[in-house]
Write a protein that binds this ligand. Sequence first.
Ligand code: NAD
Ligand code: TDX
Length: 369
Amino acid sequence: MIDFSHNFNKDCKILVTGGAGFIGGALVRRLLIETKATIINLDKYSYASDATSIDEVLSGLGSVANNRYKLLKVDLRSESDTALAVQMADPDLVMHLAAESHVDRSIDGPSAFLESNILGTFNLLQALRDHWERLPEDRKQLFRLHHISTDEVFGSLGSKGRFSEITPYNPRSPYSATKAASDHLVSAWHHTYGLPVVLTNCSNNYGPWQFPEKLIPVVILKALENQKIPLYGDGANVRDWLFVEDHVDALLLVATKGVCGRSYCIGGSEEHSNKQVVESICKILDEKLPKGKSYTELITYVTDRPGHDKRYAINPDRITSELGWHPSKTFEEGLITTVEWYIAHRDWCEKVSKRSGYFGDRIGISTAN
Ligand code: NAD
Ligand code: TDX
């Protein structure tokens, strides 16, 4: 683990957007545990939000930590609420993770993605520009917006090559198109208005507390419930997997040491086909919870995702050589940790499923409207 405590003293105010989501939650927990800074979590509390993990950390840390944490239930789609929230937070650092994040949902309902990911980012940028321009010179010099984005903005790879910071943008799903638009807005606000920004594009994350709609939790939960495990298309699509805590390490490094105006690609260098991922999960479950026949028998090939990107892979040379970042967990290690976590937290999965009304049904194959 990397020591960031010296970068965030008690006077530092960090605004995290999307802190009630999967990656934002992991970031907020780390900031609470490892720094003395004040953390303001701005989140609209969507179907994908849950603060159980943050509440657990807060109750372990006691009243001093509680005073360092504020939750603002705010929707970035509202210009006035966003402006007010930024005023109240008065941040020195902003880490912007709030977004609609599930590709399948973006196929069924793209407008929510345009609103949150594009309009929401625009509202935040306008509010931050106003805030930054009014800051006293010493705080103005240190202020920074860190925009957290995805490798999906680069499109789909063939069997060779990897994405890097100079790869041209070529988004192909409604989700990735809106994330690409938000990246461009952030970059434009830097070049036009001088807003100090850093940007990261990361590959697929996995780990504890991920809402059960993404591949890895879907597979674990379907297997535990003895239901069919859906593998889209021929299962040959490849993703580059990164354990969420390693992403948080990278984010903290870029936020504190990254060069202003620069972007950094983050990836685990762990390329696996979906079929390999699903079979690995089944193998872990065969060992941990044997039930007579292998969980692999539940694997079912289903209709492919429309426009399904074939392969993502990140070349992390810049963040490795400039900032010294390396992932701490292999995919094998991270997957065992994750499977164990979901086995032990089925009550949490039931709770968030009930609250959101999402019970693992197939989404993302209807005609977009
Ligand atoms: P998530 O869906 O788990 O969490 C997103 C959070 O953002 C939710 O709590 C939601 O309520 C909040 N949010 C959405 N729209 C909002 C709005 N209009 N106003 C306020 N809050 C809003 O997503 P995640 O997987 O934690 O991803 C976080 C960020 O990281 C996203 O920007 C995503 O594009 C990016 N990212 C994710 C991955 C991944 O594999 N999950 C990989 C690379 C980049
Ligand atoms: O049930 C499934 N079966 C299946 O075969 C699901 C949910 C997915 N898949 C496939 C589709 C993808 O090829 O698995 C792969 C991973 O799918 P997702 O978990 O939906 O992730 P992906 O579409 O790759 O996008 C993720 O990584 C980049 C995150 O959701 C994004 O927020 C992030 O930007």
